[in-house]
Ligand binder design. Structure first.
Ligand SMILES: Nc1ncnc2c1ncn2[C@@H]1O[C@H](COP(=O)(O)OP(=O)(O)OP(=O)(O)O)[C@@H](O)[C@H]1O
Length: 323
């Protein structure tokens, strides 16, 4: 088998740190529906990668295919040097998957469920390791409790404990915080960060853009089965983000003077604020000219502030542009 680097060469994000390489991946379900279209994607070792996309975009299909649960129609997936079809067992052992739906045996105890999951991967028992995960996930006190007696949030933690039971190097979290309360969401974020510090690569899908904004090193956007963008989160926000300059006026304005009217400038409904939207990357922001015009018109302001558009706005504009 060729070294990993060689096989990853065609992809821009390739390199010695690549841990998953997806190339030319398509999936057409038996119904004839094409859920993935020529997906090329490289995941770097020890990164937190957030996959964003609207409902039905293909996030779960992509994750399930990488995890070997759904068969690809065309293309290859390589997980840390193992082809997911030819070398299924080795590839699967590297991966922990926390699916969207809670599916555990309601009558088992927490401890037994997690221990059993580890056994499924043919790993020798390691009670000390299981104890550590249960403690990390605040499940230690519940170790003898039957799953059915746990709250929804606790059940979700059990799903994570199961996914981690065989010491995977890569963890997939499909909508990890859907429907969980704020406290559990924060706990999960904390846990994901800790796992990454311990060398685990994390791929998560989410509908909560603020989750990607908070957590991700890189963001991938999928729409109608196609990856339309993969970018470093900070660079993405810098590159696509529009900035807004808000001027708080000394005296309210009824209307904008005609020669100040342009699509970038908006007067708030109560006339007390002027909001100027500009491209943060441009050499010519137009701010100097705007301020000069305001002075000429005798429009004074008492304060100003700038804001950067959020990942959510960027995401909506990206996906919306393809609708
Ligand atoms: N087994 C299947 N047979 C036929 N079509 C399917 C099957 N599984 C998924 N699909 C379709 O493939 C598309 C992608 O589904 P997928 O679950 O991957 O999307 P998603 O991005 O994860 O959506 P969500 O955010 O709603 O979970 C959807 O249109 C879905 O209806």
């Amino acid at each position: 088998m060729k070294p990993l680097d060689d096989r990853l060469a065609p992809h821009s994000a390739s390199g010695p740190d690549a841990v998953i390489a997806v190339s030319g991946l398509s999936k057409t379900y038996a119904s004839g529906f094409q859920a993935l279209r020529d997906v090329n994607l490289t995941i770097r070792r020890q990164e937190i990668f957030a996959l964003l996309g609207p409902n039905g975009a293909g996030k779960t299909t992509l994750i399930s295919t990488i995890c070997g649960i759904v068969n690809p129609t065309t293309g290859q997936v390589n997980v840390d040097g193992h082809d997911i079809i030819r070398d299924y067992r080795a590839a699967r052992t590297k991966i922990g998957l926390v699916p969207q739906e809670l599916s555990t045996d309601a009558f088992e105890s927490v401890w037994d469920t997690v221990k059993f999951s580890r056994g499924l991967f043919g790993k020798a028992p390691n009670p000390a390791y299981i104890e550590k995960i249960l403690k990390d996930l605040s499940l230690w006190d519940k170790r003898d409790t039957k799953i059915r007696a746990l709250s929804g949030g606790m059940k979700r933690r059990v799903m994570i404990a199961k996914a981690l039971s065989h010491e995977p190097e890569i963890l997939f979290l499909d909508e990890p915080t859907a429907g969980v309360d704020v406290e559990l969401r924060r706990d999960m974020w904390e846990m994901v960060r800790r796992l990454r510090e311990n060398g685990v690569t994390i791929i998560l899908t989410t509908h909560y853009i603020e989750e990607a904004e908070e957590m991700a090193d890189r963001v991938g956007v999928i729409s109608k089965g196609e990856i339309i963008l993969v970018e470093d989160k900070t660079a993405l926000m810098r590159k696509l983000g529009k900035k807004q300059l808000t001027l708080h006026l000394q005296a309210p304005l009824q209307v904008l003077p005609p020669d100040l009217r342009n699509p970038q400038l908006e007067l708030s409904a109560d006339g007390t604020e002027l909001v100027y939207t500009f491209d943060a990357q441009s050499d010519q922001t137009g701010i100097t000219e705007l301020l000069r015009h305001l002075t000429e018109h005798g429009i004074d302001f008492k304060d100003l502030n700038t804001t950067q558009s959020s990942l959510e706005e960027i995401f909506v504009s990206l996906v919306g542009a393809r609708a």
